[in-house]
Structure formats: structure tokens, C-alpha cells
Design a binder for this molecule. Sequence first.
Ligand code: IDP
Ligand code: MG
Length: 156
Amino acid sequence: MEKTLIILKPDAVQRRLLGKILSRFEEKGFQLLGLKMIQIPESLARRHYAMHEGKDFFEPLIRYTISAPVLVMVLKGKNAVEIVRKMMGATFGSKAEPGTIRGDYALSNRFNLIHGSDSPTNAEKEIGIFFRKEELFEYNPADIQWLYDMSTGDIV
Ligand code: IDP
Ligand code: MG
């Protein structure tokens, strides 16, 4: 089982798409471990996107990220990082495939609604940055036996 950090960015809040996007993850079967609305401080935005520092889109990206509140959440599931990235679609809204979140709801190459961790290692780091321990919940999902075949001892 893997955890991943999702941010529904300022445009998702402003365009009232939070429910629709969250529904996709719930319906897929991911378990929600934590969820909160925050306005990301500039220092945190710069830290979160540090790998893009120096690129031409970095400053506009920071302005976008801090421009309004966001919804941050932690999802859990087998291969959660990779599956969520697939559900998000390609980075540019203009290029993302229909059927993906960005493909269905985003036109812009910057205002693309959602962030998802890009590796399990980064997921662990990002979860630690955005959530305190007591903000994350461990509980048994009632339908787990029907989300996966666990009869062999593995999660299939
Ligand atoms: P990702 O969100 O799909 O992981 P990254 O390459 O990590 O994409 O870029 C982080 C964010 O920076 C993107 O989600 C998007 O909002 C913005 N961004 C990335 N590349 C560009 C660009 O070429 N022009 C404008 N904004 C960009
Ligand atoms: Mg990225």
C-alpha cells in the first residue's frame, strides 16, 4: 500500500470543481487519510516547487499556487502514486487526454487544477511537509475485501 499527496490548486477551488475531482478518487477506491483547506504560504510554495527554481515559469507558478486557498489531501491505495498521476493526465491542460482530470476540465498549461506526488519518496516528503501526524487517520476501510482480492495473502 502506498500514500500520495494531492493538492487541488486555487483554480479547482475557484471553479467549484473540488467535489467532482474528489469523487473520482473516492469512486476509484482510494482511501482518504487526511483532508484540509489551506492557503499555501509563499515560503512553502517555493519549497514545494524548488525543483523548478530558475525556470521561466517558476515565479508565475508560485503566484498561482498562493493566489487562493487549496485543498490538500492524502490518499492511500496500492500503487497510489502512479495511478493518481494517470488520473490527473499530462501536465498541460491543452495536451491532457480526455477522461483525465486535466483533460476533462483544464485548458491552460499552468492552471491545471491538481498536483500529485511524482514518486513514493516525494510523496512521503510532501505528506510530512503538509500534514501533522494527528491530521492523518488510520482506519479500516469497510469495503477493502471488495476493492482487492486478498484471498491469497497478497493484494491483487
Ligand atoms: P506536474 O504538476 O504535472 O508534476 P511539473 O512539471 O512538476 O508538472 O510542473 C509543476 C507545475 O508548474 C505544473 O503543474 C504547472 O502548473 C506549472 N508548469 C509546468 N510547466 C509549465 C510551463 O511550461 N508553463 C507554465 N506552467 C508550467
Ligand atoms: Mg511535478
